[in-house]
Write a protein that binds this ligand. Structure first.
Ligand code: NAD
Length: 502
């Protein structure tokens, strides 16, 4: 579907409910190609009524899906895996067109999402129950896992395919029906995924995509049919989702923002550390929840490290993500660009030193581009340190000792990911022990755990206690039921009002 304006043809991006593409029934929102700055689409923004209709559709479909045998469900997830693996390029290009990241980076996102699909191909194993024979004379106990029912997944703009694949695949594999509410800024990947799930054999109504903004999210949080909510996004919204969903009696996991620090110890290989800082700081234009945004230079390393990072920044190619030569694309919106610009503009006024000013970058056209920035002599209390920038800005904090570096990180409200660069095993082990952060890298700058482990931060980076994907996700999307059984001889039956003991 498309509409033509004076200058461009806009693609209409529909909801997917009950296996049908459902056009906008009212409000729509603009979708842009960030590399050109041009509006390319209009996304339907659901009313509360439409969300409730989708929840009823999901509930009706879920009963039969729960009854579908595990072997059959497993075969469907295998087909899903093959479809995404063979058509990943289609998905990557959709991501780049609306998010702006380079196509190769979008491929990386698809691959990491696929990792969870592969984990879910063993759903038979992950849904296995437990059994204890003879806990007392003639008494056995077993535990089964049953789906929660209808669950909602609310996702951010920065991983429009990977985060939905983290949540939705596990929820569906576990026998639930899903309402996916993707970011309204790059919504087309979710529609593509819903169509691919259907092609793999997931029945209509099991994966529904409902686009929207606060109105749709609030309707999700208040709908009594929806029993669990998975959320990934910024901290203020994560906190809000956690509180309101919990108040309504829902199971909820809400992952928030980040400020990820990378410590560089005096014994580290500085070339490797500089490569890592540049890759993790500026990849995807810094719009990753696991991006490194603060380099903590310990002892004398700062000047050499800054020189090496600056030199590497000079060689980065920023441009349209569809150009194979581009290493970094634009930001998601003009607002995001203005926001990041503001942080860079304000840094020197706060007492920091602007080593590389990304505002000097010139890219032809109206795309939302800003170059990589490097800011030295940053300290807590400066906006550039205290806030999540979510853009290509790397701050350097100078400290004298390992203990100061650890205290800095442990004093931060965010605790998503962190890394230490050192050649000393004892320091690395101590760091792992001391640091109050959910995901830790030892000479690994973006320690996103492999699919068999689970993903999640601590403190203001996660509200709730369950991480994403892996075994914890199967816990989140199932309810455990424990059954105690005995088959007594009727002749031994008697009345006893005492509390049963074994
Ligand atoms: P966001 O919080 O603005 O939006 C996330 C989702 O919430 C979207 O679906 C959006 O439509 C919805 N939303 C936005 N405002 C809302 C409101 N007022 N009420 C109800 N719903 C609302 O986040 P974003 O800008 O899309 O994504 C970037 C943020 O996500 C960053 O803070 C980043 O660190 C974080 N993030 C965290 C992780 C993690 O694993 N911890 C992963 C990816 C992104």
């Amino acid at each position: 579907m498309s509409t033509t304006t004076e200058t461009t043809t806009l693609t209409a991006i529909p909801h997917v409910i009950g296996g049908r593409h459902v056009p906008a029934d009212g409000r729509v929102g603009p979708v842009f190609n960030p590399a050109t700055g041009q509006q390319t689409g209009e996304v339907a923004l659901a009313s509360a009524d439409l969300v409730h209709e989708a929840a009823r559709t999901a509930q009706a479909a879920q009963r039969a899906w729960r009854d579908t045998g595990l072997v059959k469900r497993q075969q469907i997830i295998f087909r899903l895996r093959d479809l995404i693996a063979s058509r990943g390029d289609e998905l990557a290009r959709i991501i780049t067109a609306e998010h702006g990241k380079t196509v190769s980076d979008a491929h990386g996102e698809v691959t990491r999402g696929l990792e969870n699909v592969e984990f879910c191909t063993s759903l038979m194993h992950h849904l296995k129950g437990e059994y204890s024979e003879q806990v007392a004379g003639g008494v056995d106990v077993h535990q089964v896992r049953q789906p929660v029912g209808v669950v909602a997944c609310i996702t951010p703009f920065n991983f429009p395919a990977m985060v939905p694949l983290w949540m939705v695949t596990t929820a569906v594999a576990a026998g639930n029906a899903v309402i996916l509410k993707p970011s309204e800024r790059d919504p087309s990947a979710a529609v593509w995924l819903a169509d691919i799930f259907a092609e793999a054999g997931v029945p209509d109504g099991i994966l529904n995509v409902v686009h929207g903004d606060k109105e749709a999210v609030d309707a999700i949080l208040d709908d009594p049919i929806i029993r669990a909510v998975s959320f990934v996004g910024s901290t203020p919204i994560a906190k809000y989702i956690y509180a309101r969903a919990a108040e309504n009696g829902k199971r909820v996991q809400a992952l928030g923002g980040a400020k990820n620090h990378m410590i560089v110890m005096p014994d580290a290989d500085l070339d490797a550390a500089a490569d890592a800082a540049v890759s993790a700081g500026y990849g995807s234009a810094g719009e990753r929840c696991m991006a490194v945004s603060v380099v903590v230079a310990v002892g004398e390393v700062a000047d050499d490290l800054i020189a090496k990072v600056s030199e590497r920044i000079g060689g980065l190619k920023v441009g349209d993500g569809t150009d194979p030569a581009s290493e970094m694309g634009p930001l998601i919106t003009r607002d995001a660009l203005d926001r990041v610009d503001g942080f860079v503009a304000g840094a020197e006024g706060e007492g920091a030193r602007l080593v590389v000013d990304g505002r000097e970058l010139q890219v032809d056209g109206d795309g939302f581009f800003i170059g990589p920035s490097l800011v030295d002599k940053v300290t807590p209390g400066m906006r550039v340190y205290d806030e999540e920038i979510f853009g290509p800005v790397l701050s350097v904090v100078r400290v004298d000792t390992y203990d100061e570096a650890v205290a800095l990180i442990n004093g931060n409200r965010y605790a998503n990911g962190t890394a230490v660069f050192t050649r000393d095993g004892k320091t690395a082990r101590q760091f792992e022990y001391d640091i109050e952060v959910g995901m830790v890298g030892i000479n690994v700058p973006i320690p996103v755990p492999v699919g068999a482990f689970s993903f999640g931060g601590w403190k203001d980076s996660l509200f709730g206690d369950t991480h994403m994907y892996g075994a914890e996700a199967f816990n989140f999307y199932t309810r455990r039921k424990v059954v105690t059984t005995r088959w007594p001889d009727p002749s031994e039956s008697q009345i006893s009002l005492g509390f049963p003991t074994h």
